[in-house]
Design a protein around this ligand. Structure first.
Ligand code: PBG
Length: 340
């Protein structure tokens, strides 16, 4: 029997879900109805707020990320009290050291800027989850995420340094380490090093599917981590590849990653969804500096309604399957969501 035949019978129209029996607009008629049937709910407890910590006495605004600053250690207590007060469960720290060298020593210095920041935060807000970005690029004079040999990043030689950075972050008291370097084998190397040094309970959240993206531009201004030569395409993923993300995540999960990240977020929502459907591990997405700058920059010119655009963008990331979102909008969005 053809479709036409079924629909011709009285009552079957309803089951087949066609107009006019079905009118999808009915449930959109009021905010109450819309809120009742809303599939994706944005709440502050899904956010992770990224903080750039530097070694100067004063906070310094980041030009390409209006509203965000490099934060002085002495300003951290006030900031993290605000974060915690808004119901945001976690922050992720990026260090902006005064001194950089070609082996990124600042990343594994027990008195490094992130290590000191962790102690300060844990002093005032012990329940706030503190995540450390585990990477060398903020600490290397050449700006690459690993040791450079013969003009390229040496994968295996970098692993030891990443492991040292993770151990030193764990020693400083972080709740989670987050390797963002994209070296092969880093999760296994970090897991082994953490376990051997008595930190078997510190989880690893790997930036498993991290793309070589133009949207990191403002971050590199913030962290002064623009590569001094070449680019990151020999280690970060090609934006054209989706299936490869599954291999990256599978690899990291097999090596012991407790949670994985997709980064950037909005240009890669298909990847967020694919990772969500293929793995049972918690999946986060990073709405990166360029995604933030686009919305904020347009809003500052009056071209976009910032609040609506930011919340829509965050909703789309959660709808695609992210359990949590790293976002520079965390504070504003939490305020918007709790205002009535
Ligand atoms: C590397 C790192 C980067 C970002 C987070 N971790 C920069 C890069 O890979 O160049 C970018 C985040 C953002 O753009 O907001 N440590």
């Amino acid at each position: 029997m053809g479709r036409k035949g079924i629909l011709a019978e009285p009552g079957v129209e309803r089951a087949a879900g066609t107009f006019p029996a079905v009118r999808l607009r009915r449930l959109r008629a009021s905010e109450g109805l819309r809120s009742l049937i809303r599939e994706t709910r944005l709440t502050p407890d899904r956010f992770v707020y990224p903080i750039f910590v530097h070694e100067l006495e004063e906070d310094v605004g980041i030009e390409s990320m209006p509203g965000q600053s490099r934060i002085a250690i002495s300003s951290l207590p006030r900031l993290v009290r605000r974060v915690h007060g808004l119901g945001i469960p976690a922050v992720i720290l990026f260090g902006v050291p005064l001194m950089k060298d070609d082996v990124g020593s600042g990343a594994y210095d027990p008195h490094g800027v992130v290590q000191r920041a962790v102690a300060t935060i844990k002093d005032v807000e012990p329940d706030l989850v503190v995540i450390a970005d585990t990477c060398l690029d903020e600490y290397t004079s050449h700006g690459h995420c690993g040791l450079v040999r013969d003009g390229d990043v040496d994968n295996d030689a970098t692993l030891d340094l990443l492991a040292r950075a993770a151990v030193s972050q764990a020693e400083a008291g972080v709740d989670l380490v987050a390797p963002s370097d994209m070296m092969d084998g880093r999760v296994a190397a970090i897991r082994r090093a953490l376990d051997e040094t008595g930190h078997s309970s510190v989880p690893i959240m790997s930036y498993a599917a991290k793309y070589a993206s133009a949207f990191y531009g403002p971050f590199r201004e913030a962290a002064a981590s623009r590569p001094q030569f070449g680019d990151r395409r020999s280690y970060q993923m090609d934006p054209a590849n989706g299936r490869e993300a599954i291999r990256e995540v599978a690899q990291d999960v097999a090596e012991g990653a407790d949670a994985v990240l997709v980064k950037p977020a909005t240009p890669y929502l298909d990847v967020v969804r694919d990772v969500r459907t293929n793995f049972e591990v918690p999946v986060g997405a990073y709405q990166v500096s360029g995604e933030y700058a686009m919305i904020r920059g347009a809003a500052m010119r009056g071209w976009l309604d910032e609040r609506a655009a930011a919340l829509e963008s965050l909703t789309s990331i959660v709808r695609a399957g992210a359990d949590f979102v790293l976002t520079y909008f965390a504070l504003d969005a939490s305020e918007w969501l709790t205002e009535t």
